[in-house]
Design a protein around this ligand. Sequence first.
Ligand code: GLN
Length: 552
Amino acid sequence: MAKEGHKYIFVLGGVMSGVGKGVVASSVGLLLQQKGYPVNLVKVDPYLNVDAGTMNPTEHGEVFVLKSGMETDQDMGNYERFLGRDLTNEDYMTSGMVYQSVIERERALGYGGKCVEALPHVRDEILRRFEAAAAYNGSRVSVIEIGGTIGDFQNALFIEAARVLKMEYPEDVLFVMVSYLPTPGTLGEMKTKPTQTAVRDLNSYGVQPDFIVARSKEPVDEKRKEKLAISCSVRKDRIISAPDISSIYEAPLNFEKDRLGDAMLDALKLPEKKKASLAAWKKFATAVSNTKAPEISIAVVGKYFDTGDFVLSDAYLSVIEAIKFSAAKLNRHAKISWVNSKKLEAKGAKASSLLAGYDGIIVPGGFGESGIEGKIKAIQYAREKKIPYFGLCYGMQLMVIEYARNVVGLKDANTTEIKKSAADPVVDVMLEQKKHLSDNKYGGTMRLGSYPCYLKKGTMARAAYKKELVEERHRHRYEINPSYVKQLEAAGLVFSGTSPDGVLMEISELPRETHPFMLGTQFHPELQARPLDPHPLFTAFLSAAIAKRRKK
Ligand code: GLN
């Protein structure tokens, strides 16, 4: 049973994928929230993976970890960044998750001997999940993005569930179709036909869109709006032009200008509570796309380059956004360059020729062997040349390995992820992880989600956070081996953040006197960086990079 009077806005894609459904959903969420209605944003991923954790980032982009530890799609990261708050497990679902619940219930005789079918049982499980998300945290409106495009086999049951919800609560459910209007180069004219066809496809499901967000290169003119209105049976004032923009953070501002939020409240019969207060957002959006601000150049040394450069921004999405937020706060424009760690490994490759000139170096998270020695070379270069360095997860483990090898003198120091028989396994699995690995239980078994971290007095980490206890999100299987901590500390490495019981090393750093900024985190700080609340460690890292640039 749906929560009485709860409102649902379904965001669907027509024509083709990749035109910004997620940005539309996030922007609508932000606008309604700023108008005084608590919102939760839900992502539906139609694939059969139970969660996004087992997918290669080159396949599906970054895995975004919720506070709870659930491994989700990168869109969830955008949702949290736009809303400025944490989302929960109810806000994410995949076909795999839905089917798993249905099958588990069937195995437990939960269907009382009935034949279990896609309709109604799978659809009803989807409805139950939509409603569970609605019950979350007192939200008044759920904005639900259905992945894929209208006409896909995979998402049909989700659209069917949405249709049933609309049938039961006609006043409480809206459909927004995000479509694309191409302008073929040979014609030089924007075409509405693919959108008309997509609406007809959607109609064949028994669903009529209430709004069309028309994505295109240039703004959609009145003539085409009229054409779409009449052919798609959507009021002209509910056809919203959404031309390409330079930063996704401008989208809510444009939508507010077009009064999209008000039109939606009107359609949902919700009184307009207040004008959206977007002043702080506007200030941020202006700063983040100000390419005229003084530049700061950051090298990200990664390895997810295999399917071409375009995958990069997806594989490290939260890292890029976290850099941008702190740069905007410091009134800088961050120029991010990608350095392929495998290139650093090539015979005769010099770190200096690939890394000289950058104001700061980041080694982000990663898994497996490829590109590792190249990353270690980059870290050694940053340490010796005193270039600000920030290591995220693997980037911290490798920073510790580099220190063990080149400063402590443990030449065979390594992580057992790569070399099981390493003479000095300074990074190793903890006991409970050994069992998961020997049972081939990979999905959802890493150290995942939020854990407390205690910060030592007098360290850079403590100075950046200005707090003693913080919580950060994790996603890793390996840890700094506790039996090497004393030896590393004696050689000058500082573990400035640990689990409150002191067993797990969460942050490593070099003292200020030795290096301007050399710090690694076992957690992923980028997951909690927000537009209006940049992450203190990213800000500290960039501040050090700015100081270094001044000295040049
Ligand atoms: N591969 C490392 C581990 O599993 C680091 C993971 C990461 O960087 N997210 O511990």
